[in-house]
Design a protein around this ligand. Structure first.
Ligand SMILES: [Zn+2]
Ligand SMILES: [Zn+2]
Length: 360
């Protein structure tokens, strides 16, 4: 068929034009083929952007493609982030603009790719679990669905954190950076702790708890940075994180590269040495509404009684009974103050983008 000839030749615009005449199933098929081709070239962000643009079939046959793309985008495998990084990441940021590919596909920034990834995954998950539940026939499929749901949630937290940073909603950005530590086994782990430290440090003159958090996250970051530099010498203790749902560094492989320029790591080390006496090195706690014991503030389950909470769609923190509100569009939950701050500024639910109002 002509369409396959164009696909062979990499003329994807022509492919899609012809596929459109055959209907949505053909568009989805060729979009998935194009995405698979991009994945084979290591262009994961472009792949997810193609799937977001043209849609993706909601069937287990695409699960392996989605899994690969999710893992690579979350792991930031295309980003230049260590000492070879350009000006953008020397300051700790991501490259937000860049040249189009040789095939004319536009540059895709990491925050845009995270947003696209979430949308692709949610659309596929909605498809396979609703009208097409016959598609999920094996335990393997069911496990894949659970995993893809987790990738969608992490991509959501990441994309929302970048939006919060861009609009100056710093406490929300800091909470999201802390929530993302639960997924530090999917993200570059040194960077995840650096970003949590940075976000808490930016608020450290607002309340002592932020300062204490910054010290804990920065210390873990420095330990990781040193262990990546010299795995023989690495000496990471997990004491500060006992009782949290943040994965232990012993349960994940040490990254093979630094995801932070070394000058930035030295700046953090100096800050910690200077400020360590100004505060306690202890993670923020909350009083559990079920058992009344203290537990790490961002834990989704109480460490003592294991009472579980939904993840707030604005911050990724536990939704507490006393402050729970619900989106009128998707039914997802949030804590009232964070929800109101977000919706007041953005006029929409961060999860489903439906127009929403503050709730009092
Ligand atoms: Zn409890
Ligand atoms: Zn919603």
């Amino acid at each position: 068929m002509a369409v396959d000839v164009y696909a062979q030749a990499g003329q994807w615009d022509k492919v899609l034009e012809l596929a459109r005449q055959q209907g949505p199933a053909a568009v989805h098929l060729y979009a998935a083929n194009h995405a698979a081709k991009l994945v084979s070239e290591g262009r994961f962000k472009a792949a997810v952007s193609i799937l977001a643009q043209h849609g993706c079939e909601a069937a287990p046959s695409v699960f392996p493609l989605l899994r690969r793309v999710s893992q690579e985008v979350l792991a930031m495998s295309e980003e230049k982030l260590g000492d070879d990084a350009g000006a953008a990441s020397a300051t700790g940021g991501y490259q937000l603009t860049g040249p189009a590919g040789a095939d004319g596909l536009p540059f895709v920034s990491l925050p845009a790719a995270m947003d696209a990834l979430k949308r692709v995954l949610l659309a596929v998950l909605a498809g396979v679990t609703a009208n097409n539940s016959a598609a999920i026939t094996t335990a393997e499929h069911a496990a894949a669905v659970t995993e893809l749901r987790r990738f969608a949630s992490v991509a959501h937290l990441f994309a929302t954190r970048e939006k919060a940073k861009a609009s100056g909603a710093l406490p929300i950005a800091a909470k999201l950076s802390m929530a993302l530590l639960r997924a530090s086994n999917l993200l570059p782990v040194d960077r995840a702790f650096l970003e949590a430290g940075n976000a808490c440090r930016a608020l450290s003159d607002k309340a002592p708890a932020w300062h204490s958090n910054a010290l804990v996250f920065y210390n873990r970051f420095i330990d990781l940075h040193d262990a990546i530099s010299d795995p023989e010498m690495g000496n990471i203790t997990n004491k500060d994180f006992e009782g949290t749902d943040i994965p232990s560094p012993y349960d994940m492989p040490l990254p093979s590269r630094h995801c932070v320029p070394s000058a930035l790591a030295e700046e953090v080390r100096d800050w910690v040495l200077e400020k360590i006496a100004d505060g306690e090195q202890r993670l923020a706690q909350r009083r559990c509404e079920n058992c009344n014991k203290d537990t790490y503030a961002a834990n989704l389950a109480c460490f003592t009684c294991r009472a579980k909470h939904d993840e707030c769609v604005v911050t990724g923190w536990p939704v507490l009974k006393a402050t729970a509100v619900q989106c009128g569009g998707c039914g997802k939950k949030a804590n009232r103050l964070d929800w109101n701050e977000w919706v007041d500024a953005k006029k929409a639910c961060p999860w489903c983008d439906a127009a929403q109002k503050p709730q009092y």
